[in-house]
Design a protein around this ligand. Structure first.
Ligand SMILES: [Zn+2]
Ligand SMILES: [Zn+2]
Length: 125
């Protein structure tokens, strides 16, 4: 809950930084008509979810409030299964241009394979 310098701390552990879960989530919209409840999986609010590694407390914020949602986040194309995955290293476009990223070992959450990636393998989307 407490946000300091855009970092989010756990409500139960005010000294612990909450970790962002990769990717985006959503609060699904629903319609209530008397007793009848219909979930509307194609509408809702995109959110970014954070969790505390210690107590598991979850918290979410509208994705629109995050630069990565507006400008794109860093992704990597898996060298084994060719699917794109959310890069464990995140930065904005300006920092990306000036940084040299070499031989970073990432594990693909899709196929579980570990590969080494360079700047050329990373892109915004
Ligand atoms: Zn906690
Ligand atoms: Zn893969």
């Amino acid at each position: 809950m407490p946000i300091k310098n855009e970092k989010i701390y756990c409500i139960n552990h005010p000294d612990l930084l909450m970790k962002r879960l990769p990717g985006y989530y959503a609060i699904t919209k629903l319609e209530k008509d008397g007793e009848k409840i219909t979930f509307m999986p194609s509408s809702g609010i995109p959110v970014v979810v954070f969790t505390c590694g210690e107590c598991g407390y979850l918290e979410f914020y509208p994705a629109l409030k995050f630069k990565a949602w507006r400008e794109g986040a860093l992704y990597v194309k898996c060298k084994s299964c060719t699917k794109d995955f959310f890069s464990p290293i995140q930065m904005d476009k300006e920092s990306f241009e000036t940084s040299s990223l070499k031989n970073n070992s990432f594990q693909c959450p899709g196929c579980g394979k570990m590969n080494s990636y360079n700047k050329e393998d990373m892109f915004f989307k």
